[in-house]
Write a protein that binds this ligand. Structure first.
Ligand SMILES: O=C(O)C(=O)C[C@H](O)C(=O)CO
Ligand SMILES: [Zn+2]
Length: 276
């Protein structure tokens, strides 16, 4: 497991492009036939991916966790952004299609991931935080999610927010997780932007053509920087940072949060005209 140490808002303005990318961007997820993780010291976030091939992949523990099994003191959100695949949790199996989301509760011991077809493998995005209590392992299908429609054609930010793990959906200790799909012709996400010092956030950009990029904006509203992000790469966004982006073509993204509260709407808006 890689260990990632976050920069703070004081050090951040003097960072080079390479330093910003090394600190806030995870570039090498979703390796075929592999499961892998990065442990971030911010909110004890663990970010990972599993792309099973012919053989299933098991959720391993790691010396960094000092636990007998991965979910001994943690909870896990799983979003399938690839082909059909199955997640098995202590003998209970969940057949997932693309955009189905699973919550795996603290205390779950044996978790395995498999693909239905090797030539169209499942791509499981994994996001985990410490958990103080056990909530039931459960899945929500994409078709059963009720989207929240935001934005407008005129501002190129028409999009649908699908909340999966949150107070009125799959229950969790601190993880809040869902994804946002942009309408054709709209390419801005989270604009106007916001911060929420009470929670850090993690964005996985996906369904982006390999030749295209998302220009992700980060930093305090009055001190922004940008990062050029490719398909299936992850941005870590501390509570002091905005997290917004504009694509050079269509994309989707999964957002997930951990921290002080689970109130999705608890955001401190940053008016566009005040951004620097
Ligand atoms: O497009 C959006 O707006 C989002 O998806 C916003 C994220 O869900 C978010 O930042 C939640 O805090
Ligand atoms: Zn946010």
């Amino acid at each position: 497991m890689k260990l990632l140490q976050m920069a703070d808002a004081v050090r951040y303005p003097r960072m080079t492009t390479a330093e910003l990318r090394k600190t806030f961007l995870l570039e090498d997820l979703f390796q075929p036939g592999k499961i892998g993780f990065t442990y971030v010291d911010l909110d004890r976030t663990v970010i990972g991916s599993a792309v099973p091939g012919a053989q299933p992949l098991s959720l391993p523990t790691d010396p960094a966790l000092r636990s007998d099994f991965f979910l001994e003191r943690r909870e896990l959100g799983v979003l399938n952004v690839g082909g059909k695949g199955t997640v098995s949790v202590d003998g209970q199996t969940f057949a997932t299609d693309k955009l189905d989301c699973l919550y795996v509760g603290r205390g779950s011991k044996e978790v395995t991931f498999s693909s239905e077809a090797e030539d169209d493998p499942a791509a499981f995005y994994l996001l985990s935080y410490p958990a103080h209590a056990q909530y039931p392992t459960a899945m929500v299908k994409f078709a059963d999610l009720q989207p929240l429609h935001l934005g407008a054609v005129e501002t190129c930010n028409k999009r649908s927010i699908y909340k999966a793990i949150y107070a009125d959906g799959l229950k969790s200790c601190q993880l809040v997780m869902g994804f946002t799909l942009l309408e054709s012709g709209s390419n801005w996400n989270t604009m106007p932007p916001h911060t929420h010092f009470r929670r850090s956030e993690v964005y996985l950009y996906f369904d982006l053509d390999p030749a295209h990029r998302v220009v992700h904006l980060m930093g305090p509203p009055q001190e922004t920087r940008h990062l050029l992000v490719s398909n299936r790469q992850v941005i870590v966004s501390p509570g002091w940072s905005i997290h917004a982006g504009v694509g050079t073509s269509r994309y989707a993204f999964c957002w997930g949060m951990g921290g002080e509260n689970q109130a999705y709407d608890d955001m401190d808006g940053a008016p566009i005209a005040e951004l620097r």
